[in-house]
Design a protein. Structure first.
Length: 368
């Protein structure tokens, strides 16, 4: 094991050195006002303050999870670059490009590239895609730019069905979509970045509790209005749904121990058990719009409650370390929220995780 790790680190070290010979070392930090090629614009969206950076003849490198560096003349630009450690945004000096350089072949793009990169959460997580990635399009519009002003859109990924479907509904041409999987290192005539849509305090627990209301309005406007109103109100659509976790990628460390028992109880109470990945994006919108009661384990699927009607009943199953992001999302959208919270049966779990057991008597009481 030690030998394998040693050889892997040696290989990486050699690769880093080779690419530094190609592209040079990143040797310092520059601010947005230090160069005439970098413009910073400040805007307000319903009292939330944002910055948009326009970086001419610049380079972008990303590791797709923790760090994204926007670079000018081998200096990292403070502002449009970010570096995340344990969900906290750190200073530019901590960006990995200082140590590793930019170890990917650079691709040259003519025109303007809008970066919607946001860290690892945007790669495949539905919640982060809706609230961290897509709102940057509205920040761009509020800054006086239209989608037509952009030649390429650099997304964390669009491999997931919900990602490609949302981009189709937003009328972003496929030939303009770039995935950071294939475009980790680019140079463009202009790179545009925005500040994060809801990270203001640099505290993931507090910031996730206070997602600006304009983001919900933006998403409803783009997706709820896409559905013909005559088809939106569907009598065949279930009024009570249980979000099961049969497709959950986090199921190995966040699950309901007695899920089958819970599911059968809910079915006997008139609930339909739904696996959200089996629904198209707009069908999920319709499902949550028509449901009067929504029950499920803490997870990204609850992001869809922004499409629910006021006073819709929300019952969240969660471990005691899961936080109140979904509670606040429900309350901020004028929904009727309740939860069943339980201590995890094991203790070696990450934030938001834990295998829990649901008391059926308490569940019956909560539904009443």
């Amino acid at each position: 094991m030690f030998k394998k790790r040693y050889l892997s680190n040696l290989y990486k070290s050699i690769i880093y050195k080779i690419f530094k010979l190609f592209y040079g070392e990143i040797y310092s930090i520059t601010k947005s006002n230090d160069s005439s090629d970098i413009k910073e614009k400040k805007i307000d969206i319903k009292k939330s303050k944002y910055k948009i950076f326009f970086c001419n003849n610049s380079t972008l490198y990303t590791d797709r999870v923790h760090d994204t560096a926007v670079i000018k003349d081998n200096r990292i630009i403070e502002g449009p670059s970010f570096q995340i450690r344990n969900n906290i945004y750190k200073e530019c000096k901590d960006n990995s490009v200082f140590e590793k350089g930019t170890p990917r072949f650079r691709k040259r793009l003519k025109g303007t590239v809008l970066s919607l990169l946001t860290g690892g959460g945007g790669n495949s997580n539905y919640w982060h895609w809706l609230f961290d990635v897509l709102p940057r399009l509205e920040i761009l519009r509020q800054a006086g730019k239209s989608l037509e002003d952009v030649d390429y859109f650099l997304f964390p990924s669009f491999d997931q069905k919900f990602q490609s479907e949302s981009l189709d509904n937003l009328n972003i041409p496929q030939e303009k979509r770039l995935s950071s999987k294939n475009y980790r290192h680019i140079k463009a005539d202009q790179i545009i970045t925005t500040s994060h849509p809801y990270i203001f305090l640099n505290d993931p627990f507090k910031d996730s509790l206070n997602i600006p209301l304009w983001i919900f309005d933006f998403l409803r406007d783009k997706f709820l209005k896409k559905i013909d109103h005559n088809n939106l109100e569907q009598k065949s659509s279930p009024s009570k749904i249980f979000i099961n976790r049969k497709d959950g990628k986090t199921k190995k460390w966040r699950f309901i121990i007695n899920e089958l028992e819970v599911e059968n109880f809910l079915k006997s109470s008139g609930f339909k058990s739904v696996t959200l990945s089996e629904y198209s994006l707009l069908d999920q919108v319709k499902l949550f719009y028509n449901a009067k009661t929504i029950v499920g384990l803490h997870g990204a699927g609850f992001a869809n409650i922004i499409y629910s009607k006021p006073e819709t009943k929300i019952l969240e199953f969660k471990s005691t370390n899961a936080g109140d992001a979904i509670k606040n999302l429900a309350l901020n959208n004028k929904l009727n929220y309740n939860d069943i919270s339980s201590s995890p049966k094991t203790t070696n779990h990450k934030y938001q995780a834990g295998d829990i057991e649901i008391d059926l008597k308490l569940l019956h009481k909560s539904l009443d």
